[in-house]
Design a binder for this molecule. Structure first.
Ligand code: PRX
Length: 642
């Protein structure tokens, strides 16, 4: 833990949207004492409603509705309402492709693109309540696709382009999607990442999909299936630019985003309309201290929740100018991000600790090649940031002038929950500091009682908030059991945390079998089920190992079925297999072969022991060792069930 604190500078406070601790406390106290008034007033001020709600929220634990009876539209809030203001010709998206191509899109132009594409969707017979799976590179047509769906009330589910055909298929099937929106491919580290072939492979077993819309990005040869597949540019031709946003009930589902849980099957996190867009908008102002003249850049991929809320919906609803970048941070060399910051004079920059640690490792010469003096605020998300990386970010990127907002939240929470308001809250490197107004967090023991200062406990939320997920797609029972049963009536985040004497939150990591690799959630069970589907594998146990750059790395212990296996080639084959079953970002760093796995007498794999082995024993990069875990197995048997 770092003891140093960084209070906001007087200059920063003077210009900030929320000024000083009193400013923060006033908001927090009002939200706590009068939630209906607090959220009701903000919803009226910040969001456009076709029809006002009858009441602010309805809480029947664990199910909640916000702005009940209200009618609004997220796409309208992100676009139409700006067109009668000075934002009409303001840049919404400053896009740069990896090869260096650029597009500058104003709010008016974005509105036109979205209306046209929405009409193209309508023309295919798609309507409110239908499901669109979106599998695209980071091109402007990706936000266009999201906003067009939102405009019509079509529920979208973005599948990160790094997921395999298998993972894509599972998501399309779970949603019974009617349409897939994709591209021929995208650019990553100078190579084309093809997308359409994966869609074709997935669709062999997805009978509900009637239409595939393909955006041409790379121009490479692409097979199109007559009747099913349409080029985006052909559908777009001559289509009307008029497409009114549908007035949708506040609780209309906006999107489903799949994330890993503790079983082999990913969970479909369901977000709805009114509450989500309210908190997405507010956090832009409170956490990123967004001002009209700012240029803002979030480096996430829209395939993850960060990109949904902080590239698409939050910034556009708040009227920001955002940079969007297609490719890798190290292409053509390690200064690409800093080159972009310098070129577009970025003021607010939001990235992940994994990226920061990778930059630390590459050395200061890369950021030093560029003028980063436009930056005034930095952000971090996805995993705990270690104080050393924080200090480097603060000094080398922020020139010791920029506050760093360490933002804790989850796919489920929809928007930032614990983070400093940068003009108010003094920073402590490594801590997300204090909860947002309206977020009643706590750190408790198993009986739900708050733990003492600095003691580890479960991070929970005591009250519902507007942008929280409403359920799991077609599985309200799992929703209830997973999140609300353990500490009845409270939302269990799945994270362990402690609170210090100043009430600051320190996130200590997951309490379940979920790993966090490069800020991406991976489930032990999901990886294990993928491995045992391989014909050679009898059993698999997957654990996370601390990793200098990615936070954690995946290590898989594998026992094999009888046969003459060549460990050298099989290790590599299994890594490829995981890439095929899930996606290449999930590839284990190590495959370790063993005759047995340590188990309790009732047959449960003791992952705790395996975690100890990978943490203390430094056999790195070796995928070929046959481990003798027999000793451990005997040892484990003495422990019995934990
Ligand atoms: O463990 C926490 C970690 O990421 C988890 C949520 O992952 P996901 O739903 O994929 O969303 C990531 C982006 C919002 C959390 O349960 N996490 C996220 N942000 C932080 C964090 N851990 C520590 N500090 C953070 N700032």
């Amino acid at each position: 833990m770092s003891e140093r604190t960084y209070p906001p500078t007087p200059e920063f406070v003077r210009g900030a949207n929320v000024q000083g601790m009193d400013g923060y406390r006033d908001l927090f106290n009002l939200a706590e004492a009068q939630p209906e008034k607090f959220w009701g007033d903000l919803a009226e001020k910040e969001i456009f409603w076709f029809e006002k709600w009858s009441h602010v929220f309805e809480w029947n634990p664990p199910f909640v509705k916000w702005f009940v009876g209200g009618k609004t539209n997220v796409s309208y809030n992100c676009l139409d309402r700006h067109l009668t203001t000075s934002r009409k010709n303001k840049l919404a998206i400053l896009w740069e492709g990896e090869p260096g191509d650029q597009r500058m899109i104003t709010y008016q132009e974005l509105h036109r693109l979205v209306c046209r594409f929405a009409n193209a969707l309508k023309g295919r017979g798609l309507k409110t309540g239908d499901r669109a799976v979106i599998y695209m590179p980071m091109v402007p047509e990706l936000p266009v696709a999201l906003l067009a769906c939102a405009r019509l009330g079509i529920i979208h589910s973005v599948v990160f382009g790094g997921f395999s055909a298998e993972a894509l298929k599972a998501r399309i099937q779970d949603l019974d999607a009617q349409v897939v929106i994709t591209a021929d491919g995208g650019w990553r580290r100078g190579k084309e990442v093809r997308l359409k072939p994966a869609v074709d492979e997935a669709l062999i077993e997805c009978p509900t999909v009637k239409h595939v819309i393909v955006y041409r990005r790379t121009g490479s040869e692409t097979a199109m299936q007559e009747g099913r597949d349409h080029w985006w540019h052909t559908l777009d031709e001559g289509v009307s630019e008029v497409c009114p946003a549908e007035p949708l009930d506040s609780e209309t589902p906006l999107f489903v985003l799949y994330t890993s849980g503790t079983t082999g099957k990913p969970k479909g996190i369901v977000h709805t309309t009114g509450g989500y867009i309210l908190q997405a908008t507010l956090s832009m102002k409170w956490v990123f201290d967004l001002h009209e003249e700012d240029t803002y850049w979030c480096t996430a991929d829209i395939g993850w929740v960060t990109g949904h809320t902080y590239i698409v919906y939050g910034p556009l609803s708040a009227g920001a100018t955002s940079v969007m970048y297609e490719g890798a941070p190290d292409f053509p060399q390690f200064d690409r991000f800093w080159r972009i910051v310098d070129k577009y004079k970025v003021n607010i920059f939001y990235t992940s600790p994994t990226a920061i640690r990778a930059f630390v490792k590459q050395g200061d010469q890369w950021p030093k090649m560029h003028d980063l003096s436009s930056l005034r605020l930095l952000g971090s998300v996805g995993e705990p940031i270690n104080p050393a990386a924080w200090e480097w970010y603060h000094k080398v990127i922020g020139g010791e002038r920029c506050p760093i907002v360490d933002t804790w939240w989850q796919t489920e929470t929809g928007s930032i929950m614990i983070a400093p308001m940068p003009g108010a809250v003094p920073l402590k490197p490594g801590s997300g500091t204090l909860p947002m107004p309206g977020v009643l967090a706590d750190v408790v023991d198993l009986s739900g009682k708050p733990v003492e200062v600095n003691r580890e406990g479960f991070l929970i939320m005591r009250r519902p908030w507007p942008s929280m997920f409403r359920t799991l797609w077609r599985d309200p029972q799992r929703y209830e059991e997973n999140y609300w049963k353990r500490i009845p009536g409270n939302y269990l985040t799945g994270d362990a945390a402690r609170r210090d004497a100043d009430g600051y939150y320190w996130i200590l990591g997951r309490i379940d079998d979920v790993m966090n690799v490069s800020g991406h959630r991976l489930s032990t069970m999901e990886l294990e089920s993928a491995l045992v589907r391989h014909p050679a594998v009898a059993e698999a146990a997957v654990v996370g190992k601390p990793h200098e750059i990615t936070g954690q790395a995946v290590v898989a212990f594998v026992t094999l079925k009888k046969g003459a296996w060549d460990h050298d080639t099989l290790g590599e084959e299994l890594r490829k297999w995981v890439a095929h079953e899930i996606g290449s970002f999930a590839k284990p760093e190590q495959i370790r072969f063993s005759d047995t796995l340590p188990k309790t007498r009732s047959g449960k794999i003791m992952r705790r022991l395996l975690r100890e082995i990978v943490t203390t024993n430094s056999v790195t990069g070796d995928v070929t060792t046959l481990e003798d875990l027999g000793v451990l197995t005997k040892l484990a048997a003495q422990h019995d069930d934990e």
